[in-house]
Design a protein around this ligand. Structure first.
Ligand SMILES: [Zn+2]
Length: 453
């Protein structure tokens, strides 16, 4: 695997791209500073966008609408600046591709990302499978939501609120509690997993709370010298933050399990593998989410919201992926064309299943919140591949927890010393994203959702 990657890098290497890579890195940083500085005032109080998003779960519809519009307004204020930045990035990336002898940046990136196990056509087919097999399930869920909320139309601010009529779930009250509860949760899956998070806590390897001016996002960062992981996130005490924590916790376990591999490159897994580790953990950990909730009702609600999110990931990934295919195979487009293309693609995948009347601008600008487009181009389809894999791991776990966990950990311990499909097989699952497989797994999640009532 290592030599294959080295050969590929040599093939792609061009002296004249070095300077461009430096410029790209500097320009990409601007996205973080622009979006990291975004905050909004609601009821005379200043909130980060992460914190403000909690208002979208408020049971009072006017509170939700006001928060949603305020957040969108804030994003639109920097729309042009981000469009100019994005135009610059696209132009530079296109040049990198031409320098390396490719027709476009898409084809270049498929090589540069080391996609040896699937191609452009697989991505298009996968998108069609998601459109056909997952979008209808989510449409059905949205219709149920509309009825439950008693609305004539679901608006963009109606998508996050609980249909139980209850306020948002609060799985923990602050960063410290999130860390402690997550240690208990992991320990309940397997004591060795809990120990690993405890080591992180003892060494100050968590920065979890949202605060003004903090860079957005959440991730696990492996520290090369010590071999320990570091978890960075922007928690605002919501269920989403619980999910982020167990997700990053999965990455952290991966970091620990690969720390002793011979070469550093063996530890750097492609995302299809890395995200399998994290997304599987989101689902596996669900059996032990009782540590975050003191009553059954909240626990069931949390699981339902999580499972609905699992399915929702797939169309959004398809949108961002297909959008990037469009962007880089049409390098001469302008900001208006881009917005039109985004709207068309998003509509194909359900447009979030909301009615966007009167909010055309906000609708067309949604892509700007996706940091991957700016900072890690073409890194996105991996989430859908890994999400499918994670559902399959969880299916195994439901049938035989001990065996499934053993296989999962064995796959993680391989790092990137085997081809992708072998790693998936070690985890006890298929490396497959055919329509058939998508349907099977989507139905499995749907059944599990129905079991929860
Ligand atoms: Zn991840």
């Amino acid at each position: 695997m290592y030599l294959r990657a080295i050969k590929k890098s040599l093939e792609l290497y061009r002296e004249e791209n070095i300077e461009l890579f430096t410029q790209l890195q500097v320009a990409q940083q601007k996205y973080q500073s622009i979006t990291g500085a975004m905050s909004v005032k609601i009821n005379e109080q200043e909130y980060t966008l992460e914190q403000a998003a909690n208002f979208l779960k408020d049971t009072d519809r006017s509170v939700r609408q006001n928060a949603w519009e305020t957040i969108q307004q804030r994003r639109l204020a920097d729309k042009d600046e981000l469009n100019v930045l994005f135009d610059e990035l696209i132009a530079m990336r296109h040049k990198v591709a031409l320098n390396a002898g490719f027709e476009n940046y898409r084809d270049y990136m498929f090589q540069a990302l080391g996609r040896f196990d699937y191609d452009v056509k697989d991505c298009y087919d996968f998108a069609v499978a998601i459109e056909k097999e997952v979008v209808p399930v989510l449409k059905e869920q949205a219709e149920k939501r509309q009825v439950a909320l008693g609305l004539t139309a679901l608006r963009p601010w109606d998508m996050e609120v609980s249909t139980t009529g209850k306020p948002m779930l609060k799985p923990f009250n602050n960063g410290q509690e999130l860390i402690d509860k997550s240690i208990s949760c992991f320990a309940a899956i397997n004591p060795s997993l809990g120990e690993k998070l405890s080591i992180m806590k003892a060494n100050g390897l968590f920065d979890v709370e949202s605060r003004m001016g903090k860079a957005p996002g959440g991730y696990n960062y492996p520290l090369a010298e010590t071999g320990a992981p570091f978890i960075f996130m922007n928690s605002a005490n919501s269920l989403r933050d619980l999910t982020t924590m167990v997700h990053e916790g999965g990455h952290a376990i991966h970091t620990f399990l690969t720390a002793n591999l011979e070469l550093n490159d063996f530890k750097h897994c492609p995302s299809e593998v890395a995200e399998l580790a994290s997304m599987s953990m989101e689902l596996i950990s669900m059996d032990n989410w009782d540590v975050y909730f003191d009553n059954e009702e909240d626990l069931v609600r949390a699981k339902k919201e999580q499972l609905a999110d699992v399915l929702k990931t797939l169309p959004w990934v398809a949108v961002i992926d297909q959008f990037q295919h469009w962007i880089y195979t049409n390098p001469n487009h302008n900001a208006a064309d881009r917005e039109t293309a985004f709207k068309q693609i998003y509509t194909l995948f359900g447009a979030g299943f909301a009615d966007w009347t009167d909010f055309e601008q906000q609708f067309g600008n949604l892509w700007q919140k996706q940091l991957h487009l700016f900072e890690v181009p073409f890194y996105y389809i991996e989430y859908a591949i890994a999400q499918l894999g994670a559902i399959a791991v969880w299916k195994n776990y439901k049938e035989n927890p001990e065996k499934a966990l053993e296989q999962y950990l064995a796959a993680l311990a391989l790092g990137y010393t085997k081809p992708m499909n072998e790693i998936y097989e070690t985890a006890g699952i298929k490396f497959d994203f055919s329509a058939d497989y998508v349907r099977q797994l989507a139905n499995f999640v749907k059944d599990e959702l129905n079991k929860l009532g």
